[in-house]
Design a binder for this molecule. Structure first.
Ligand code: ADP
Ligand code: MG
Length: 703
């Protein structure tokens, strides 16, 4: 945004914090533009600009004591400087020599000859860096700051000094001084957004914070953020400001929730068991205690005053599909339609086959609508009758091309399964009582809302096998109630995971052949569809033949996203029926596929995947009574990657894995593109601020 052109309507009493930075003394158009590049537009933005790190400039290390292990901070006087050119004047080294009386330090910059103009002899400089050599003492590309005289020395020196991320042309000292001056001027306007917080909020005592220090006031937190007085102050300030962010988010969440509840009346969808009873009786297994418990939650929601908004999380293989089917049956029993949205066509097809097999015999009409296939029209209408004498008329019909109830007759309720093709304008499901979204992490919040708007506040159940780390559960998913399937159905074999180096591949093939010899099936997964030539990452189309050779004579099929749906279906059908012993695939198979006879999965270039994704992938095996194996092959060079993958060897706890992933890769990975935007905080760090998120939630719900 251009300074001075804020979108807000100017109010006579508006806080000085909302003024553009351009209104500050000493900030002209050029500086304002530079600040804009750092997304600093208003004075509030400036004060919330978080230092990248701190330097303790109360104690400088004598140059003679600098070591090669740790970066350190020192200061001294420039005694010599100059640019050396070489390689036909195409390359250069700029060097300053700094002396502090104990020794000399050579600071060098490669190919930045213009640096010369920032320094002159006899200047005092602060240098932060790590020695690259001892004879002479040399440091390459250090961070430096020229010390100027006057009172400014109390801002930049003799304290724990903030170091900010900069942009071209913006000097560190200038920005620091600007923040210092601005803070002094507007400190009285820094209000407490949440009165009484200090009495309630306690900091998270990890991260170098000792004892039960109370969190500082907001004004003090902002001061300490920039100008900490002790080692712990920076983190203490961050926590307080993070808490403010989490509180603000919780207020929004709870506001939206109340608003929703005041507007939305629920459709009565609890059902009467006349379909669920025969369904469960014919299933061939007993529900786990967790499944039964979750169904109780769902029934309560479906008969409540407000439409259900619930997230069902359950590790891969915990049996979410059966729960979804029961939930759908509740709506169908009550005379309402239901829709299930799956993230891929393959998964939609699989659900379609499952639900037809399960619900068809009960007389429920099951339809499919994906980008490439659409049933309906000719399919037999449902036999079921609403238990109520009168069925509500469609509330959202008239969209053209959709299924519509014939007025005057009692329509059979139907279940439609689809992909995001369900979202396209043509789809209108009359009398929609329930929307189920499978594998939520693949869809954005916006898509979720779009589908729900197809109906008149239908109930909503979103299901995910990516365990939502606790912090995300209360933030990004804060508007949903959460149920958890924390138990695996009995009678499953053991699933063991091994991390192996790429050179062990021949042994791995041998092992897989042995499994195939016993009549089991295998998945072989590669990160890419086609060779991009980058970094030696293997592609499925290229490896397919060599896998076939390595595992001959067992027949292998190829599956990836660029195949036509019909081709995909044929391969899947062949694998399901056992005609194909091996499925060579991309991570396309990560969601939902259910082939219990498959007991081995080899994932090549496993380091290319996130931990949560690998956990999903390996969930494709270990679904039957036989013991199963997942082999993660790590690229030869990546020591770090191998260490990271070890987590999967050690635990099958999806929650632990998701938290490890969140720590290593940030929330974007877990949330997918569209949702990561919702998780942007300046101070809050979702990977470690669980305690603060919890506090914020509690404070807001008590208020
Ligand atoms: P996910 O939670 O990963 O979606 P699924 O719903 O695909 O898991 O279930 C995995 C497998 O377990 C399926 O073959 C399903 O029929 C089976 N299953 C589900 N619930 C039970 C149960 N209570 N007892 C035995 N098998 C079950
Ligand atoms: Mg599933």
């Amino acid at each position: 945004m251009v300074p001075g052109m804020t979108a807000r309507t100017p109010q006579p009493e508006s806080s000085p914090l909302d003024r553009p930075v351009g209104s500050l003394f000493g900030v002209g158009p050029e500086r304002a533009a530079q600040l804009g590049r750092l997304e600093i537009f208003t004075i509030a933005d400036l004060l919330a600009y978080r230092p990248r790190r701190y330097e303790d400039r109360r104690r400088f290390r004598p140059i003679a004591e600098l070591g090669m292990e740790q970066p350190a901070i020192t200061r001294g006087k420039i005694v010599a400087m100059g640019v050396k050119w070489f390689a036909n004047h195409t390359k250069s080294i700029f060097e300053i020599v700094v002396d502090d009386g104990t020794a000399r330090l050579h600071c060098r910059w490669w190919n930045l000859p213009f640096m010369e103009k920032y320094f002159s002899r006899d200047q005092e400089v602060v240098v932060f860096g790590k020695l690259a050599g001892l004879r002479p003492r040399t440091v390459d590309h250090p961070e430096t700051e020229v010390v100027e005289g006057g009172e400014e020395s109390s801002i930049h020196l003799n304290r724990i000094t903030p170091v900010y991320r900069l942009t071209e042309g913006l000097p560190q000292r200038w920005l620091r001084a600007l923040i210092w001056r601005t803070l002094a001027a507007v400190e009285p306007h820094l209000e407490e957004p949440w009165p009484g917080l200090e009495r309630h909020a306690a900091p998270d005592s990890r991260y170098g914070i000792t004892a039960e220090m109370p969190l500082p006031s907001r004004a003090r937190a902002i001061r300490l953020l920039h100008f900490p007085e002790t080692e712990a102050d920076g983190e203490l300030a961050r926590q307080r400001l993070a808490l403010d962010e989490f509180i603000e988010l919780q207020r929004q969440i709870q506001f939206r929730r109340r608003n929703f509840e005041s507007k939305a009346r629920a459709l009565p969808c609890a059902g009467d068991n006349h379909l669920i009873k025969p369904f469960l009786a014919g299933l061939g297994f007993k529900l786990t205690a967790a499944q039964t418990r979750v169904l109780r939650d769902l029934r309560k929601d479906m008969s409540g005053a407000h439409p259900m908004r619930r997230l069902l999380q359950g590790d891969v293989g915990s049996g979410k599909t059966v729960v979804a089917a029961c939930c759908a049956l509740m709506a169908l029993e009550s005379g309402y339609n239901a829709a299930v949205m799956a993230p891929t066509e393959i998964l939609a097809e699989q659900h379609f086959a499952n639900f037809k097999r399960w619900l068809g015999p009960l007389g429920v009409a099951v339809e499919l609508q994906t980008g490439s296939r659409k049933t309906g029209g000719g399919s037999p209408k449902s036999e079921i009758r609403s238990p109520k004498s009168e069925v509500r008329s469609p509330k959202c019909g008239g969209g053209g091309g959709g299924v519509e109830a014939t007025p005057g007759s009692t329509p059979g309720a139907s279940l439609t399964i689809g992909t995001h093709a369900l979202l396209t304008a043509g789809f209108e499901l009359a009398n929609l009582g329930l929307v189920i979204i499978d594998e939520q992490h693949r869809f954005g919040v916006a898509q979720r809302e779009q589908l729900v708007r197809k109906g008149h506040y239908p109930h909503l159940l979103v299901m995910t096998a990516t365990p939502i780390p606790r912090t995300l559960g209360l933030t990004v998913y804060g508007e949903l109630d959460v149920s958890t399937l924390d138990e695996r159905p009995a009678g499953r074999g053991r699933l063991r995971t091994f991390v192996r180096k790429a050179d062990k591949l021949p042994k791995v093939w041998e092992f897989i052949r042995e499994q195939l010899g016993r009549g089991r099936q295998a998945y072989v997964v590669y990160p890419r569809v086609e060779d991009s030539g980058a970094g030696g990452v293997k592609a499925v189309t290229r490896e397919f033949e060599s896998v076939g050779r390595a595992l001959a004579p067992y027949p292998a099929g190829l599956l990836h996203g660029r195949l036509k749906l019909k081709e995909k279906e044929e391969v899947m059908a062949g694998f399901r029926a056992g005609a194909l012993a091996v499925l060579v695939a991309t991570s396309l198979i990560e969601v939902g596929l259910d082939v219990p006879n498959a007991t081995v999965m080899l994932i090549d270039n496993a380091e290319q995947f996130g931990l949560a994704q690998l956990h999903q992938l390996r969930g494709r095996v270990g679904r039957g009574a036989h013991d199963s194996y997942c082999i993660l092959l790590a690229g030869a060079k990546s020591k770090d990657a191998q260490a990271r993958l070890k987590v999967l060897e050690e635990t099958s706890d999806g929650f632990r894995i998701a938290e490890a992933d969140l720590e290593a890769r940030g929330p974007g990975e877990l949330l997918g593109q569209q949702q990561s935007g919702a998780a942007k905080f300046r101070f809050g760090e979702l990977s470690r601020d669980w305690e603060l998120v919890r506090q914020a939630r509690e404070l807001v719900s008590k208020a």
